[in-house]
Design a protein around this ligand. Structure first.
Ligand code: DPM
Length: 362
């Protein structure tokens, strides 16, 4: 009885999720981290199908909507039907709908891409696959990189959740020799033993999608209760890198409608980002790399983060700063912008709008 009267016992927290196995694995992971921190809280998952789950016969770039996998969940958030939603960060637009924020970005999994070979091609690599072998992907980024580096391969769109894709790959009568997927998703599904190689192409140094491998938790901007609950889940390194990557993408103005990729690192206090844009056929590649030193407190100092003293917390590409200093976040944001502007000077926007038109007319 005394438990019931305890002030710290709060209502059940409702967590929105897509219905796919991967989405549920990710949502359950976040809930289990929160249960470790707050053993008295209760969580309930509310699952939903999104437009992206329902439309399976049109390629994603052609649908061209930015919030394809998030819209229904965001509506549920807005209507207070759920309290937060766990997303793969790379599926989230760089600007969230009004009133929505990323309350936390969690520690990133391996952000690279990997190849899963069909059983009939076991032992092969992308390089050794016979001329004309079909690779399944609906990512423009992956197909542009493949077209550029592996011209002997054919690319064919493949849709559906990860389980569906693996089934299509293993179908004896199916067209696919291999598929390319994010290592993060493969690992979370427990399919690591199916990875046959990591995608490391000649001129790409393992470039990946903005935010790939990280989980973002979306909640209402004014919901301080949920915001303070989520704050300890923030991973400083991942958040700084992802703010930089998102600021790069935001400056380019790209959703998933053109082949864009990044690679980033934070070593000591040096934040580095490589950003790249391709033409659809991979023939044109515009790329640059920059580094900046961030104003991070030393690991052994107890110095509190420097906050803007006279304002509401500032957002960084819709990310709540958590316990990270504004100075370092501003540095990360500026670096992403600088690389994007350098690509723009080299005509990246022309390459991107050409890609968009080609998709719309295809
Ligand atoms: C986005 C892309 C893809 C997903 C585009 C891209 C891949 C689509 C495809 C924005 N979202 O990466 O260039 O390959 O046909 C997605 C996956 C994950 C999150 C699956 C994957 C899991 C990894 C993660 C789909 N979204 O990329 O293999 O959490 O980062």
């Amino acid at each position: 009885m005394s438990e019931q009267n305890d002030d710290s016992v709060v209502d059940v927290i409702k967590v929105g999720s897509r219905k796919s196995e991967l989405a549920l694995i990710q949502t359950n992971h976040v809930i289990s981290c929160l249960k470790d921190l707050y053993p008295k809280n209760k969580f309930e998952i509310v699952t939903m199908n999104t437009k992206g789950d329902k439309i399976l016969d049109i390629s994603l770039p052609k649908i061209g909507e930015k919030a394809l996998f998030t819209q229904e969940l965001e509506l549920a958030l807005e209507n207070k039907y759920v309290d937060f939603v766990v997303h793969s960060l790379k599926d989230l637009p760089t600007t969230l709908p009004l009133g929505m924020v990323l309350g936390a970005i969690m520690k990133r999994e391996d952000p690279r891409d990997a190849v899963i070979m069909s059983k009939k091609m076991k032992g092969q690599t992308l390089k050794t696959l016979p001329e004309g072998s079909v690779i399944g992907t609906s990512s423009l980024r992956r197909s542009a990189q493949l077209a550029r580096n592996m011209p002997h391969l054919k690319i064919q769109s493949i849709r559906g959740n990860l389980n569906t894709r693996l089934k299509k790959l293993d179908d004896e009568d199916g067209p696919f020799a291999a598929i390319i997927l994010a290592v993060a998703g493969i690992k979370r599904m427990g399919w690591e033993d199916r990875i046959s190689e990591y995608v490391e192409l000649t001129d790409d140094e393992g470039l990946y999608a903005v935010g790939q491998g990280a989980l973002g938790i979306e909640c209402r901007e004014a919901d301080w209760k949920i915001l303070s609950l989520l704050e300890p889940l923030t991973d400083v390194d991942t958040t700084l890198r992802c703010v930089c990557e998102r600021s790069f993408l935001k400056t380019l103005g790209g959703g998933c409608s053109a082949p864009v990729a990044v690679s980033s690192s934070l070593v000591e206090k040096n934040l580095t980002i490589t950003g790249a844009v391709w033409s659809l056929d991979g023939q044109t590649l515009i790329k640059d790399k920059m580094t900046t030193k961030l104003y991070l407190p030393d690991n052994d100092s107890n110095e509190p983060p420097k906050k803007c003293p006279y304002r509401e917390p500032r957002l960084y590409c819709s990310v709540v700063p958590g316990n990270i200093s504004d100075m370092s976040l501003l540095g990360a944001e500026k670096l992403g912008k600088a690389v994007a502007n350098s690509l723009i000077e080299k005509d990246a926007l022309k390459v991107m709008s050409k890609a968009r038109n080609e998709i719309l007319n295809s």
